[in-house]
Write a protein that binds this ligand. Structure first.
Ligand SMILES: [Cu+2]
Ligand SMILES: [Zn+2]
Length: 178
């Protein structure tokens, strides 16, 4: 096929335009970097890294890049309010409860029919870092924006028994999802 120089220029301009549009849409395809801070009864402390959230065809991809955490499993949830502050001198209580738009009222983990904000537990390596990505099929970035990511002192058995909310106890680190 023969293209005149003018047609060629138009074709190139269109290609560049299409490329820029794709980049803009790509950037728009919801990726959020959440800064995570340690928290205590007086409020929000120093940053310990980030958690990057993005949408994939199979769900919400959660990529932690965290350090300075206690090794082992930690309860990890989306809480309802975009606030990591303390309330009544208790760490992270301003974040409210587990994100639960359907008012399920139950903590059943990432595969259960309970709180939508129940995530897989966060695994922290012996050196205090957490870097294992996870995918949650029932969430999108748009669902969790305007809420908070919470890390608890203890693990998560995805049940309200024998202790409520997976048994993770105290809130130790948190990030607002903007
Ligand atoms: Cu929690
Ligand atoms: Zn829960």
């Amino acid at each position: 096929m023969y293209l005149s120089p003018e047609a060629l220029m138009i074709a190139i301009r269109c290609s560049i335009g299409f490329l820029l549009l794709s980049l803009a849409l790509g950037a728009n395809a919801e990726e959020v970097v959440v800064t995570v801070n340690v928290i205590d009864g007086t409020g929000v402390g120093g940053a310990i890294g980030t958690v990057t959230l993005s949408d994939a065809p199979n769900g919400l991809v959660i990529k932690p890049a965290l350090k300075e955490l206690a090794p082992g499993e930690h309860g990890f949830h989306v809480h309802g309010n975009p606030d990591c502050g303390a309330a009544s001198n208790t760490a992270g209580m301003a974040a409210g409860g587990h994100y639960d738009p359907a008012n399920a009222g139950k903590h059943l983990g990432p595969k259960g029919a309970g709180h939508l904000g129940d995530l897989p537990s966060l695994t922290v390596a012996a050196d205090g870092t957490a870097t294992l990505p996870m995918t949650v099929d029932r969430l999108k970035v748009a669902d969790v924006k305007g809420r908070a990511l919470m890390i608890h002192a203890g693990g998560d058995n995805y049940s309200d028994e024998p202790k409520p909310l997976g048994g993770g106890g105290a809130r130790v680190a948190c990030g607002v999802i903007n």
